[in-house]
Design a protein around this ligand. Structure first.
Ligand code: PLP
Length: 436
């Protein structure tokens, strides 16, 4: 049972406290009183240091769409390892993966690889500035796009800082320069009128509008079609680029979220699943915009290196991961996602707990909010709702299912019908505990 002061994870955490700040390497994996340390993973399961086994619905915050240690990915990565893991030369693998991604995304002519989603977003924003010659970016309140200063503005404003009429740009990290805040226009997610009016107001200075069509930290509610269509239209009107951050949503379908909504952004940022379990990021987009990276003129408009960018092990594993994701794989992920969402919604009703699930495809988020969740503010938890979420997360963990602390769950292709039932049963038991 978690927490257990005698567990190996607790002991490892005690050790980690000496060499890592707060014993931690990634803020996102921190857990009180101590995080569970993974020993190994296989298929949709993870074992901790004490030998406890869990069905993994964290899946490394959505990157592990094929779960852990998938034989095809091991084969692709080890074959490349035997040939060398990194060169100061380009390899055929980056051409192969770029072609594959461009063939799936009609809005993407060309691709640039990076090492993380954070870096992909940073380079996309810089590309938009280099292409338009304009300084400002617009992004949605509460939306997470990694740790680039500009991209993390207004990630978690408290209600006191919400601003009376429109969202305001609020620092997320201490030390964010005021200049950064001045160059970020924060728009509300899923409020078409307010977003369009803010974009028009700053139009001449805006390099781009950055939007995640189903932003996890802002609640994981899918964007209204009208909202995305309006962003597409108004960005053209003011001459700014539209950037879709599909670092997570690319796992929603063969052509990602843009295929589902049928909207072509100017640039797309990718990461997570396209690396087959290895660190990765990518920027894709229209040829004329991607030209900012072209080194042929001598010095490119936007120089971008990266010792491990387009690393061949990542590229080969990424190609193998993407090839496994055909229409049938997405159809199965959709069916499993639908089953988990409706099973958990039904459990909420049965146990009389206010809340339910949102999400699409293989992604869902559990909310303890007794209202329609469609943006950051409606997803914002009261103290009591946050308490219920904590009780739920721990109860789920102790029933052998891992979910992110904020209720995000990501399914994977190795899951069977029995696993799906086990996830729903565990969630139902955890909700019974919440109902208490
Ligand atoms: N964009 C989105 C939508 C994300 O969810 C994330 C990470 O979760 C990022 C960007 C940053 O990606 P990375 O963690 O690979 O830097």
């Amino acid at each position: 049972m978690y927490p257990d002061p005698n567990s190996s994870s607790q002991k490892m955490y005690d050790r980690a406290l000496a060499s890592l700040p707060g014993g931690n390497t990634r803020t996102t994996v921190f857990m009180k009183p101590y995080p569970i340390y993974a020993a190994r993973g296989e298929g949709c399961r993870v074992w901790d240091l004490d030998g406890n086994v869990y069905i993994d619905c964290i899946n490394n915050f959505t990157s592990q769409i094929h779960g852990h240690a998938h034989p095809a990915l091991i084969k692709a990565a080890t074959a490349q390892l035997a040939l060398g893991s990194a060169f100061g030369l380009p390899t055929a693998s980056e051409v192969d993966l770029a072609e594959l991604l461009a063939s799936r995304l009609p809005s993407v002519d060309q691709v640039r690889f990076a090492n993380s989603g954070t870096e992909a977003v940073m380079m996309a924003l810089k590309a938009a500035r280099a292409h338009t010659g304009r300084p400002k970016i617009a992004k949605c309140e509460g939306a997470y796009h990694g740790s680039y200063d500009y991209a993390e503005v207004s990630l978690d404003p408290t209600p006191e800082a919400w601003g009376r009429n429109a969202p305001v740009s609020v620092a997320y990290a201490k030390g964010t320069p005021d200049n950064v805040l001045a160059d970020v226009v924060t728009i509300p997610f899923n409020d078409t009128e307010a977003a369009v009016s803010l974009i028009r107001e700053h139009g001449r200075e805006l390099a781009c509008v950055l939007v995640d069509p189903m932003p996890n930290r802002a609640g994981l509610a899918p964007a209204d079609r009208a909202y995305l269509e309006a962003l597409r239209k108004v960005t053209r009107e003011v001459g700014a680029l539209l950037i879709f951050d599909e670092v997570i949503t690319f796992r929603l379908g063969y052509r990602g979220a843009q295929g589902i909504w049928n909207i072509d952004p100017d640039l797309t940022t990718l990461g997570k699943i396209i690396g087959g379990g290895f660190p990765v990021g990518a920027i894709g987009g229209r040829r004329d915009v991607m030209a900012v990276f072209d080194p042929r003129p001598g010095k490119p408009a936007l120089p971008h290196g990266g010792t491990f960018s387009a690393n061949p092990v990542t590229m080969r594993a990424g190609i193998a991961a993407m090839e496994l994701l055909d229409d049938a794989a997405f159809a199965r992920l959709d069916t499993m996602g639908e089953a988990v969402r409706s099973g958990i919604n039904e459990a909420f009703r049965r146990h009389g707990v206010p809340g339910g699930t949102v999400g699409l495809g293989s992604l869902l988020k559990i909310h303890f909010a007794d209202r329609l969740v469609r943006d950051y503010r409606s997803a914002y938890l009261s103290e009591e709702e946050a308490r219920r979420q904590t009780v739920f997360s721990r109860a789920l963990l102790n029933r052998g299912v891992l979910a992110a602390g904020n209720g995000l769950m990501a399914l994977s292709t190795p899951m069977t019908d029995a696993d799906i039932h086990a996830i729903i049963d565990a969630a139902s038991g955890a909700l019974e505990e919440v109902a208490g």
